[in-house]
Write a new protein. Structure first.
Length: 212
């Protein structure tokens, strides 16, 4: 008995599930629901695309900042090179004044000052050149990434446009299929129409009446 009851409830559950699935399928096939679902998907994709654009905009801003830093450091490097050349030229003049006497030159405070300045300029110059090299490597990677992401955005925008077209095509196809089904149902109804049969029966009755 319990098995029979279990089978009954199982059958009832299958029936309810089947009806729910059919109702869901019918709802999903509704043109308005299809259009709304497409609109939701398009909106989600548009939002993700905008987030992607914001991220790329931030990368471009970072790229511009790094370019500005390279430009600033390049100007500083050029000034340091001039200052270092000036210190070297001054030291050379002092060497010429002492007619090549190394001891006298080394003891000259001005020469020592020039040497210290030359070393300081060289050290700072080396650091700035190293920093420029690092920034240029970063820029190279950034430019490559931004270019790749820009291409990706173009692809996503094309896909979004295609999705909009697909929405209209899908809704039109569903509506067309519904209309064709309605026409087919009407034609089927006409084929099963008993009008002709009733007319035939009425005519036979009239003939019988006339014969009588």
């Amino acid at each position: 008995m319990f098995k029979a009851v279990g089978k009954y409830f199982r059958a009832l559950w299958y029936l309810v599930t089947f009806r729910v699935d059919k109702a869901r399928e019918a709802l999903q096939m509704n043109p308005g629901v299809i259009a709304a679902n497409y609109d939701r998907i398009i909106q989600d994709k548009r939002e993700r695309l905008n987030q992607y654009k914001d991220a790329i905009a931030a990368m471009i801003a970072q790229e511009e900042t790094k370019k500005g830093k390279v430009k600033q450091l390049t100007t500083e490097i050029q000034n340091l090179e001039k200052l270092r050349e000036g210190a070297a030229a001054k030291a050379k003049k002092l060497v010429e004044q002492y007619h090549g006497d190394p001891a006298a030159v080394k003891n000259d405070p001005e020469y020592q000052k020039c040497q210290a300045a030359f070393r300081d300029f060289s050290s700072t110059l080396s650091e700035k050149q190293k920093r420029v090299a690092e920034l240029e490597e970063d820029l190279k990677a950034l430019v490559s990434n931004v270019s790749a992401h820009k291409n990706q955005i173009q692809t996503l925008m094309r896909e979004l446009d295609k999705l909009k077209e697909e929405k209209h095509d899908t809704v039109a196809d569903v509506l067309s299929a519904k209309e064709e089904k309605q026409i087919a149902d009407m034609m089927s109804g006409l084929a099963m129409d008993r009008t002709s049969e009733e007319l035939r029966e009425l005519r036979e009755l009239r003939q019988k009446a006339s014969a009588n």
